[in-house]
Ligand binder design. Structure first.
Ligand SMILES: Nc1ncnc2c1ncn2[C@@H]1O[C@H](COP(=O)(O)OP(=O)(O)OP(=O)(O)O)[C@@H](O)[C@H]1O
Ligand SMILES: [Mg+2]
Length: 285
């Protein structure tokens, strides 16, 4: 019995150097639609965030909502179409995207507050947090925006007050139109603009796999210079592409660390931040 208690104390002590290192520092966490679907997974992640917040780390949360958006579009009779991983977004679609993300956002803010943290929801088009131009590299995909500038002020006002900003990725162009923004891209641009200590992308796979069908093929570490080749030979495809690109962008913009982590693992965030046992894939410069 006493051994078990000592073991628990040892675990706390093991976290001490990491708490010292990250205390007062910002860590950006992106949380994907796929990992958000399961209530237990979502609540586990939010509990970890609250813990981080209580030991003095400043988490910034950004979320997508791919699955819920597709569901709500279906209900409205709109078929989802993707070009190069981007959702083709007409005017009717953008309205549903914003409504769905805003509802998810409220839910997460409510949960974080319920778990004892202070959290505030932010839309990327409030205070021009995300300024965008229309994405035009893959033909006309409608209201899909590329982030050109980030206003970090409203985000930082919250982190310095120990409040968790919970951001959803929509942007605004110079005419005031609202755009859908890929959540991984938004995460990278915000992480870079804020020079956070670490960007962590939580998803529903173990990390980057050599062969997504082989569960023993996780790549624990990947050098940025290898990324383009892996995309070219189609080892990395679909929703994993914006994630590796996001990590590469953030690292090149001086973010110290970038990880792609399995959000389904219980306490994935705490394991990654507070222990030596890295999980998922670390992208390195
Ligand atoms: N080499 C790879 N290793 C791991 N996963 C890969 C790889 N290549 C492609 N993938 C795919 O990328 C997916 C993760 O991206 P996806 O966009 O589906 O998730 P998300 O961004 O977390 O959620 P959402 O886009 O719904 O918000 C995996 O489920 C997998 O199918
Ligand atoms: Mg995705």
């Amino acid at each position: 019995m006493i051994e078990q208690l000592v073991e628990k104390a040892s675990v706390l002590i093991e976290a001490l150097p990491y708490i010292k290192r990250f205390r007062g520092k910002e860590v950006l966490i992106k949380f994907g639609g796929s990992a958000m679907l399961d209530q237990e997974v979502r609540e586990n992640i939010l509990h970890d965030l609250v813990f981080m917040n209580y030991v003095g780390i400043r988490p910034v949360l950004i979320h997508g909502g791919g699955h819920a958006i597709t569901e709500n579009l279906k209900k409205a009779g709109i078929e989802s179409r993707f070009v190069c991983g981007l959702r083709v977004t007409d005017e009717a679609t953008v309205k549903i995207v914003v409504k769905t993300l805003s509802d998810l956002n409220k839910k997460m803010v409510r949960d974080l507050n319920r778990f004892g943290a202070q959290a505030v929801g932010l839309s990327g088009h409030n205070s021009k947090i995300l300024s965008v131009v229309k994405h035009d590299k893959d033909g006309d995909v409608g209201f899909v925006g590329d982030v050109t500038a980030v206003n970090i002020r409203p985000i930082r006002e919250l982190t310095v007050a120990n409040t968790i900003p919970v951001i959803y990725p929509v942007g605004i162009d110079d005419r005031g139109d609202t755009y859908n923004v890929n959540a991984d891209e938004a995460a990278a641009k915000i992480a870079a603009a804020m020079s956070v200590q670490k960007i962590m992308i939580l998803t529903n796979v173990q990390g980057i796999m050599k062969d997504p069908k082989d569960s023993n093929s996780l790549m624990p570490s990947l050098h940025v210079e290898k990324v383009d080749q892996l995309i070219r030979d189609q080892t990395i495809t679909a929703g994993m592409i914006p994630k590796v690109n996001a990590c590469t962008f953030a690292l090149r913009a001086d973010v110290a660390k970038a990880h792609i982590v399995d959000g389904r693992i219980k306490h994935a965030l705490l394991l990654e931040i507070f222990t030596d046992r890295g999980i998922g894939t670390e992208i390195v410069l």
